[in-house]
Write a protein that binds this ligand. Structure first.
Ligand code: PLP
Length: 228
C-alpha cells in the first residue's frame, strides 16, 4: 500500500505539472489537496511519508477522529463537505480550511466558534455554478452579498471559491463551468475583495480545472484508489 500511494502521488503530481505547463502557468501555482475521506489514518501516514501534507475530509466526525489519531504529524486539514449547524464547532476547532461554506449562518458560527489561539479559519465559498439540483453551494446571483458579509467576520479569512461541476458528457461542458467559476472569482476581486484561491478539479477533471485557473485541486481516487 505504501508504495501504491507513493506512486499514485507521483502520477498525480506529474498530471498537475503537465497541465500547468500546457496552460502556461507556474508549476507551483496549483496546490494538491489529498482527499482522504473513507480512507484509514494509515493511508494518510503513507501519503505524508511520500511528501503530502494537505488533506481534505468530507464527513466531519470521521475527519475529526482522523485528525486526532494523526496529531503527531504536521498536517494541514481542509473540510470540503457540507456542514450542519450542530457540527460547526467541531469544524472551527479542528480544521485549518473550509471549502464548503455556502450560508452566512454557518460562516457566523464558524467565526464565533474559532478558538482564539488558532489563526483565522481559511474560507472558500462553495458556489453552485451550473445549478445542479442536488448540490450544495450558493447561487451565483447571491455570491457577492455572501462574500462581502463573510469577509467582515473576525475569525475567518475569506480566500476564494470552490466548485464541483456536475458530471458532464464532454470536457467542453465541464471546462465551461470551471471558466464561469474563474469569472465569478475575478468579479469578486473587481468588487474589492482580495481572493487568491480557486478550489476546483478532482481526479477526473483536474487538467480542465487547471487550464481554467484552478489554484487547488482536490484529489481522492487517483491517490488512494476507488472508495468502497
Ligand atoms: C470526494 C471529493 C473529492 C475527490 O474526488 P475524487 O474524484 O475521488 O478525486 C473532491 N472534492 C470533494 C468536495 C469531494 O467530495
Amino acid at each position: 500500500m505504501q508504495e501504491l500511494v507513493s506512486n499514485n502521488l507521483k502520477q498525480v503530481r506529474k498530471r498537475i505539472e503537465l497541465a500547468s505547463a500546457v496552460a502556461g502557468r507556474a508549476s507551483d501555482a496549483v496546490k494538491l489537496l489529498a482527499v482522504s475521506k473513507t480512507m484509514p489514518a494509515q493511508a494518510v501516514r503513507e501519503a505524508y511519508a511520500a511528501g503530502q501534507t494537505a488533506f481534505g475530509e468530507n464527513y466531519i466526525q470521521e475527519g475529526v477522529d482522523k485528525i486526532a489519531s494523526l496529531a503527531d504529524l504536521p498536517l494541514e486539514w481542509h473540510c470540503i463537505g457540507p456542514i450542519q449547524s450542530n457540527k460547526s464547532k467541531l469544524v472551527a476547532e479542528n480544521f485549518a480550511w473550509v471549502h464548503s461554506v455556502d450560508r452566512l449562518k454557518i460562516a457566523e458560527r464558524l467565526s464565533a466558534q474559532r478558538p482564539a489561539h488558532l489563526p483565522p479559519l481559511q474560507i472558500c465559498l462553495q458556489v453552485n455554478v451550473d445549478g445542479g439540483q442536488n448540490k450544495s453551494g450558493v447561487a451565483p446571483q447571491d455570491l457577492l452579498a455572501l462574500a462581502l458579509a463573510v469577509a467582515k467576520l473576525p475569525h475567518l479569512q475569506l480566500r476564494g471559491l470552490m466548485t464541483i461541476p456536475e458530471p458532464a458528457d464532454n470536457e467542453a461542458q465541464t471546462r465551461a463551468v470551471h471558466r464561469q467559476a474563474k469569472e465569478l472569482l475575478d468579479g469578486l476581486n473587481k468588487a474589492g475583495l482580495k481572493l487568491d484561491t480557486l478550489s476546483m478539479g478532482m481526479t477526473s477533471d483536474l487538467e480542465a480545472a487547471i487550464a481554467e485557473g484552478s489554484t487547488c485541486v482536490r484529489v481522492g481516487t487517483a491517490i488512494f484508489g476507488v472508495r468502497s
